[in-house]
Design a binder for this molecule. Structure first.
Ligand code: ATP
Ligand code: MG
Length: 440
């Protein structure tokens, strides 16, 4: 957005009696920071997801604070704080069980990573000229959606609304601030954010905000894969994976994040592939609802299992390669291709490929290697994938039941069952096995 288009209207101010945000629902740490800033003579607001979620009667994940104090001034107010970030400096105020992020109002254009004259400091570090910091109005207009640009003012508990966000909250709508095409071009990740927030909060995307996505989705192809990995985690590892996934498909975004998976799904003749994906993501949401951890290594494994298997079949057909070797090579190829879109750190991609490679070994139920598989450090994840493969019709319920049952047995019983030696590998073999059903 350029300066010329910057509206200079005063905010609509919604006084405390006319909205539902109560201090009882704001964390003590956030309140402390807000009050201390106010006492030090600064403006202090909660902004973003915290205000949005409270207005929608949900418990926010965290509370971000915006202020007219510079990072140095904020740091001076709080002994328990640190200035972080290089591109845009923020202050983290540390409490025993919470870190509160305090940001100075940002100006229009401060998202522009290329420009170097964003900030000119004097010798003491005071900002002389900056395209970085700005007024609260500017801070509001550079945010993505109207519902994310509402400010809760600690001075009188009112809400400041520059962008008509309150109406969109009331009507359950996600709407980009400003011209949608321009805003998506500025930052294509906003397309994913729109879908994610709509899924998470059960909101509708305003047609003007939704329509350009179909055409602009290819802009995601040039995003840094590491940024998309961060976004991937927010979409798939925060409890609304299934709904987000469905909407990513509808808006044509999945094919730009997981092209091989999208191609595999497009050839889904009997709906099994879709069911496999949906069951995996429903399980993920379940786990999060129960406070269990989820790992991107398993999620990526789910996304890539189909494409890897297909590629392995091709490799097998065309050469003298063994089935196992084909699966290894295909896992490598497909992963390397995938991480040009959404990156996956090696600490996840290595175990992910192991988990995929273990799949054929579940077909054998006799002999020493069966015992070795049970002790494998990827056994549990590989087993969870095996359970999901029921949806694809690749394994029989009877086989899955056998592997479910065997895990619950003592080593002696296991040995009787498959006739091989159960290897005791350090403490791992003594670890209590969790019972089925599948997870992650
Ligand atoms: P969640 O509750 O899932 O964290 P959130 O809206 O708080 O959702 P964050 O990524 O934590 O999402 O971002 C905090 C705020 O920063 C947003 O509410 C929005 O105002 C602003 N913001 C985040 N990403 C962008 C973006 N790409 N462009 C413009 N503003 C953004
Ligand atoms: Mg947030």
């Amino acid at each position: 957005m350029n300066q010329a288009s910057l509206p200079v209207d005063a905010p609509r101010i919604i006084p405390r009696p006319e909205h539902n945000i109560s201090r009882a629902n704001i964390s003590r740490a956030a309140l402390k920071v807000l009050y201390r800033l106010k006492e030090a003579g600064f403006q202090a607001f909660i902004v973003g997801g915290g205000v949005r979620d409270l207005l929608l009667n949900r418990q926010p994940k965290d509370f971000d604070i915006a202020t007219d104090a510079s990072p140095e001034q904020v740091h001076a107010v709080f002994g328990n704080s640190r200035i972080i970030g290089r591109r845009f400096r923020l202050v983290h105020v540390r409490f025993r069980d919470e870190i509160i992020e305090v940001a100075t109002f940002r100006g229009i254009g401060s998202e522009d990573e290329e420009s170097e004259d964003r900030q000119i400091l004097d010798v003491t570090g005071r900002i002389l000229k900056d395209n970085s910091y700005g007024s609260i109005e500017e801070d509001a207009w550079r945010r993505d959606f109207t519902v994310n640009a509402l400010y809760y003012n600690i001075a009188d508990f009112s809400i400041w609304d520059y962008v008509n966000g309150m109406q969109d909250i009331a009507e359950g709508r996600i709407r980009l601030i400003g011209d949608p095409v321009t805003r998506y071009r500025e930052d294509p990740v906003r397309m994913i954010r729109a879908v994610r927030l709509a899924a998470k909060l059960n909101l509708e995307i305003h047609p003007d905000t939704a329509t350009p996505i179909a055409q602009l989705a290819p802009l995601l192809d040039n995003m840094p894969p590491a940024r998309l990995f961060d976004e991937f985690l927010k979409v798939f590892a925060t409890g609304h994976a299934l709904e987000s996934y469905r909407r990513l498909c509808i808006h044509g975004l999945l094919e730009h994040l997981f092209p091989a998976t999208a191609r595999w799904l497009a050839a889904d003749i009997d709906g099994k592939r879709q069911r496999f994906m949906e069951r995996a993501l429903a399980n993920t949401d379940h786990r999060i609802a129960e406070g269990l951890p989820v790992t991107p290594m398993f999620l990526f494994g789910v996304f890539l299992w189909g494409p890897v298997q297909e590629r392995a079949a091709e490799l097998c057909k065309s050469g003298e390669m063994s089935e196992n070797q084909a699966l290894i090579d295909a896992g490598m190829e497909v992963t390397n291709e995938q991480i040009t879109r959404v990156s996956l750190p090696r600490r996840f991609s290595v175990p992910m490929r192991e988990m995929l490679q273990l799949q054929p070994r579940f077909m054998r139920r006799q002999g020493r290697r069966t015992g070795v598989l049970l002790q494998h450090r990827r056994f549990r994840a590989a087993y969870d994938l095996l359970v999901l493969r029921l949806e694809l019709g690749e394994v029989t319920p009877e086989l899955v039941e056998w592997w479910t049952k065997i895990q619950a047995m003592s080593p002696d019983e296991q040995q009787k069952e498959f006739g091989g030696q159960v290897q005791r590998q350090g403490s791992r073999s003594r670890r209590r096995r969790r019972p089925a059903p599948s997870a992650s």
